[in-house]
Structure formats: C-alpha cells, structure tokens
Design a protein around this ligand. Sequence first.
Ligand SMILES: [Zn+2]
Length: 622
Amino acid sequence: MQNAALIFLLAVAPAFAQRPADAARVDVDATDAPRRLIHVHLTLPAAPGPLTLLYPKWIPGEHGPTGPIADLVNLRFNAGGQQVAWKRDNVDLFAFHVTVPAGAKALDAAFDFISPPDAGGFSSGSSMTPDIAVLSWNQFVLYPQGVPADQLRYQARLKLPPGWQYGTALPVARSRNAELEFRAVSLVTLIDSPVLSGTHFKNIDLGTFDGAPHYLHIAADEDRQIAETADWVERQKKLLAEAGALFGVRHYSSYHFLLALSDFVANFGLEHHESSDDRLPARTFTDQAALDLNADMLSHEYVHSWNGKYRRPEGLVFGNYNEPMLGDLLWVYEGLTEYLGDVLATRAGLGSPERFHDWIARDAALIEQAPGRKWRTLEDTAVSAQILYDSRDDYSSYRRGVDFYPEGALLWFDVDTLIRQQSHGARSLDDFCKAFFGGTGGEPGVKPYTRANLVAALAAVQPYDWETFFAQRVDSLGSHTPREGLTNAGWKLVFTDRRTPFWTAAEDDRKIAEMPFSLGITVKNDGGVKDVAMGSPAQKAGVTPGSTITFVDGHAFSLEGLREAVASATSADDPIELTAKNAGTVKTFTIEYHGGEKYPRLERDASKPDLIDAIIKPRVKP
Ligand SMILES: [Zn+2]
C-alpha cells in the first residue's frame, strides 16, 4: 500500500527490533469453526526486553472501536521454550505487556477466538455456522505497538475443516486439500483480505475487465439457497462494466465478492480494496422481494473500493488499528457510496427504475419528517457514527441514527441534479467521479482528501459555491430539506394510502408495520412497539416505544388488523383504540386520527425534464 499519511507516524515511532523483512507467522486452525471456535498461533519476530502487543480495535469500514476483544480467550506467550507472563494494560484493554526473555529472537503467542452466536452486529457478530465461516484476520492477530501497520509483514496459514472450499483476495502461495499457505503481505493487506469458506459453495468467474479478473464466491447453509443465480450473475457482470464506465480506472489487481447467504450469520456488508464481505438472508435467491430489497448491497460495497478505500477522508487514514478514526466526512464516504451503489445497481439492471424511485421516496420522506434534524446536524451523525450504529429503534427520528447514509445519498442526488441543471445537461456527477476517483489504478492505494479537496474537485467539474452548499446542508440545522434533488429532477414526493413494493419488502423483511406518517408507530408482528414518531397522533395519545399492543379496537392484535383499523377510521367518527401493555401496566389509548394510511412515493412533474431517467440510464451498450 502507498500511504502518504504514514510518513509522519514513522518519524515518531519508537525503535522496535522487528526488521521489515521479518514476517510474523499466523497459523489459524479453523477446523472447529462449525463449533464457533478458532485456534490461533502467532510467531512474532522480537528482541529481548519489554514489548507491548495490540489487538486490533478500530476496524476499517465499521467506523468504530468494534474489535471483539472480549472473545479472545486462553492467551499464552512463549519464547525459547519458556512461558512468558503477560499483563493487560489497565487503561487500554486491547494492549498486552510482556517482557521477551534474554536470547529470544521470536515470541510465540497462542489464543482461541470465540465467534458469537447472535446474528446481529458486524464482522465481530456471528460469522460461523456448521456450514459457513467468514474469517476476518483482525480477529486472529496481535501486532507490536509503535510500528505502522503497513510496515509489518505477516505470513498466514489456514486450516479449514476437511472438504470446505474458500474464496479470498489474499494471494495463495500453495494449498493442499483444506490447508492453505498464503504469501507474506503487510498487516494492512492481511486485515483487508477476509476469507469466506464453507461446505455449500460456488465459485463463479465474472470475467476480466480492464485487465483485472473478477470472482464471485458464494457460501450458504444449503445448496438450494445458491441454486438459481444465472440471470443475476449476468447483471452482476453488467455492474462491473458500468463501474468501469463511471470511474474509468480500477484500483485493484483482482476483485472478489465474498457472498454468505445465511440467517445465522450477521447480515451486513463490509468493504475492502480487492474484495467485499457481503452477507445476505438465506432466501435472497429464492425470494424475488428479498433480492430486490438488497439489490444495491454488493454494488454499495464494490463502490467503496474507489470511495472509502482508495479516496479516503484524511481522518479515516490510519497508521494502525488502535488509534481512533475520525468520521466527520462519512456523509461522503458512506453517503456518496449509498447513492452511487443504487445508481450503478439500477444501470446494471440489478434494481428496476421503480425501485430507484421508491428508494428515493422512502429516504426523502423519512429524513424530512425527522425531528432530530432540528437539533443534530448531518455532520454530527457522521462524527457520532461509532455510537449511532448501535443506537436503539425507540424515538429514532428524534435521536437520529446513521443518517449520513440516507441523507448523505440524497445530498449527492442534489449535487448530481444541480450539476446537470447548471451545465444544461452537459455534465453530471459522473464527470466528478471520473476525475476524483481516477489515477493510475491496477493495485490498491490510498489517496486521502479533505473537505477543501472535495469542494475544489466539484468546482473543477461545475463552477458553483459548493462550500456554502455543503455548509448549509451538512453543518446547519434542518434548514435545507433533501427535496431539492427531486424538484430539480422533475419529480414530487407525495403520500398515498398504498405502500410501494419497496416499502412493503422493507416491512416484510423486518416483520413489522411501519406507519410513521399516519398513526406514527412502527410495530412488530407480535405487537411490540419498536418506535413512536414524536408529535404523531400515537405519541400525543401516550403510546410508548417498548410497550406491546394487545388489542386494536377491541380485537386481538395483528399487523393486518392494525392497518385495517387505520384505514377504516377515515370514514368513521370513532377514534382508534389501542390497548397496550407497558412494563407492569395495561392501558387503552384513544387516538383521534382519521387521515388513513400514508406512504411516500414519487410523482412525475411533467413540466420539467426527467433527470432520474438520465441518471439511471445504462452507460454501457449491451
Ligand atoms: Zn458502506
């Protein structure tokens, strides 16, 4: 990796005995992965004397101190046949102090890693089932304090359960059966190259684009879950071509999508330079609604290879994994990725134009009504990323969540339509992407940027006061709603009593009814009230998040019954009555609401040209 910001860190790094040529050895025995246990043995070059070893704490792409330190167990150190005592740092719980004995040239470390059973969270959430293991190297290494991570070299070996297959961007030196030996790489490359493995497995060659081979590796809990993918694979190839047309240059030598299909591993996506760790529900390829809902998942993580990995906000360029990362520009890192991920997925045919419309409508409506925008800026959601990813669902729009994704995406939709409007259709955000994310390409690199760099790059594409534009939308309180992109694009946000297919799929996926714009509640299929919108009829009547609705208008609770009660109250004078259990009490709430169901969708404004159509049109000829 080329990493300009690390030069400064080298100057202050204390002397350490490890010569860059000395690779540490990491042996990972994953044969017990089906039991969610990984056995790790490390051999670290070392010189006699005090040494502090760190367990990675800040995991790139997770934007928080999410290293699973609590799951590192049975830690032991040895040198020259002698056991070496260790002591955890009193303040930094990710640091271990040891004294390497006289005469020793290396330090052996051994520990086990316990992979959790809960399906929530990110890479430190559930990653192993009896048939799948997603192996993230940050969970299996210790590294010496004081040396930049890209100066440290590790050679990894991995033993998988017999018969298991694998996919990874980490270069393999040799393999025999399920035993792999990888080429020595920097710690940065190692941690950036997870391994997907499993028994029900499919390797698909997606083809070579601009000289770089692309692969899709799929692991599932059952073969039938990966059976029918041919049509989708063709669209995935179109995504690779469309990304090439958008960015011009690829900053990798090969690319691997590592797709796990399971309801028993955490479902999320995590970006890397040359691969992505993509985890979707088991039914993805057997349920069209689930496939449509997640149509942008792989494209989002893929876009990160350019936006986030190659071009990276200065505050997210790291010297090691234990210094805090700064999230203030995540509305670019994640917001622009969210926008481009959906644009590219639609251009590639992975998502339909209707899905694109419905996605914009949903995000625009939810963001616009969020009362939290009156006290918390968009930038503050980015700065607070590490506490917001885990924030609860109750009063969510009052608190605000990781809004730098949806509001960030809408902000970049605004930028795109504004460039198109100002340049009379001559230029678009595509021109910015080609200029900002360009370069030599061919291999991973990091080119940091500041907000000033971003503003200058936009001004070079389209002269405009971008500094004020962002100041008003990123640093100010709710003054600019993210509707401008829609207006520019020739569309209007409207509310009707019909759910869009996208809205319905998002509800079905979470087994909820989401009614923030009508009654003002989000309810689970067991009656549990996930959220109540501030100022809504339900909130004014006293319904509380965390309570459980037992009866609706005197009938036992069901999601359908709740929708029916809201719909029929439009023609009735009687209020809606909800009986709910809250802690140890039961109460009936009377809600005077007769507005019916309300869901957002887009409606065309025929007086203006349709810019969405121009944005999502494929650029690559079939
Ligand atoms: Zn992302």
